[in-house]
Design a protein around this ligand. Structure first.
Ligand code: AMP
Ligand code: ZN
Length: 112
């Protein structure tokens, strides 16, 4: 998708604070962190919303990549949250699916 912000980040057309990349996924720090640790894991394939996702292996890999990064960054043991927002009621603002991973502080529940 030529006009997709996250596709442009994957291609290096827009700078991002990259954490990890392989053939399937790309992870980078959120530009507006809501916790001491807040990064996003996205598929390299453009998928607009989780409603459009078809590949369970790819969706699972987003979660396992977040877990690995949380371990590498040293906050996995204390705990963290992973979340994917979907469409308007879910609060999605960028229509290329992304898994948020937030940690480094106690998070409240339920979310707003
Ligand atoms: P959502 O509201 O679930 O669609 O989340 C979109 C997330 O992308 C927000 O947390 C934004 O802060 C984040 N974001 C938007 N633009 C950028 C960017 N250029 N680099 C890093 N994160 C971004
Ligand atoms: Zn995209």
């Amino acid at each position: 998708m030529s006009d997709c912000l996250f596709c442009k980040i994957i291609k290096g057309e827009i700078p991002a604070n990259k954490i990890f990349e392989d053939e399937d996924v790309f992870a980078f720090h959120d530009i507006d962190a809501q916790a001491p640790h807040h990064f996003l894991v996205i598929p390299k394939e453009h998928i607009s919303t989780i409603n459009d996702a078809k590949d369970p292996t790819l969706i699972g890999k987003l979660t396992l990549t977040a877990s690995k990064i949380a371990k590498d960054l040293g906050f996995a043991g204390d705990g963290y949250r992973v979340v994917m927002n979907c469409n308007e009621n879910g609060g999605q603002t960028v229509y290329h699916i992304h898994l948020h991973c937030l940690g480094g502080r106690a998070l409240t529940w339920p979310p707003g």
